[in-house]
Ligand binder design. Structure first.
Ligand SMILES: C[S@@+](CC[C@H](N)C(=O)[O-])C[C@H]1O[C@@H](n2cnc3c(N)ncnc32)[C@H](O)[C@@H]1O
Length: 202
């Protein structure tokens, strides 16, 4: 259930960062929600991509709310220590820049610059209640495939309500937008599940 790894599905994340930069330019705060974040590999990847794209002052105003309903997974995220064999997909220069040796041999911890923008919390998506609203970007990948179709629609409606106008929503490439929710989003990249919030409300 919690299969994940650093730099997974880079295409949609890279597109999301590009659209986010256009939508969020000039904002004092950029709020992102990574829903179903498992042990942190995805939100940390996103944070690294943003740190590489934004100027350092703007990056300090990024908040990534990383949620999962599995408490032990969030403990790993908070510790942010991973064994070397899980880090080998990370490009060498980014690994050297954003990881440092941890106390345990063969393990590495994210640097504070990346850790400090992640705000972990327990959250069950099937409550259909968002953790807050005003998000510029919501990422929910490889989570909803386990939900019943009506639950999926309800969760996507919740994400629509939690996004700011023009906010971006990303899911995995095998997850098609359900017909019942398709009027709520405009697909931005063909073949890639990256969407912009439409203003439709029903
Ligand atoms: C396969 S992992 C995906 C991790 C990451 N998003 C990725 O794509 O690499 C699925 C995650 O969804 C979480 N999850 C499943 N059902 C959930 C729910 N109802 N609310 C919140 N998280 C849930 C699981 O605990 C697990 O960590």
């Amino acid at each position: 259930m919690a299969f994940t790894f650093f730099f997974r599905d880079l295409d949609p994340l890279t597109h999301a960062v590009r659209f986010l930069m256009n939508a969020a330019s000039g904002r004092s705060r950029v709020r992102i929600w990574d829903a179903g974040c498992a042990m942190g590999q995805e939100p940390y990847t996103l944070a690294i991509l943003l740190a590489e794209t934004m100027n350092p002052f703007a990056f300090r105003n990024v908040q990534i709310f990383a949620t999962d309903y599995d408490a032990p997974l969030l403990e790993t995220l908070k510790e942010s220590v991973y064994p070397w064999d899980e880090l080998q997909r990370i490009p060498t220069e980014l690994f050297q820049k954003y990881f440092q040796p941890a106390e345990k041999e063969g393990h590495f911890r994210l640097v504070d610059l990346i850790r400090q923008c992640i705000q972990p919390s327990l959250h069950d998506l099937l409550t259909f209640k968002p953790i807050r609203d005003g998000f510029s970007l919501i990422v929910c990948k490889n989570v909803m495939l386990h939900f019943q179709p009506p639950q999926r629609v309800e969760v996507i409606r919740m994400f629509h309500g939690a996004l700011e106008p023009g906010g971006i929503f990303v899911t995995e490439h095998t997850q098609k937008m359900p017909g019942e929710a398709s009027h709520l989003f405009e697909q931005l990249v063909s073949g890639c599940q990256v969407f912009r919030k439409s203003e439709a409300t029903t």
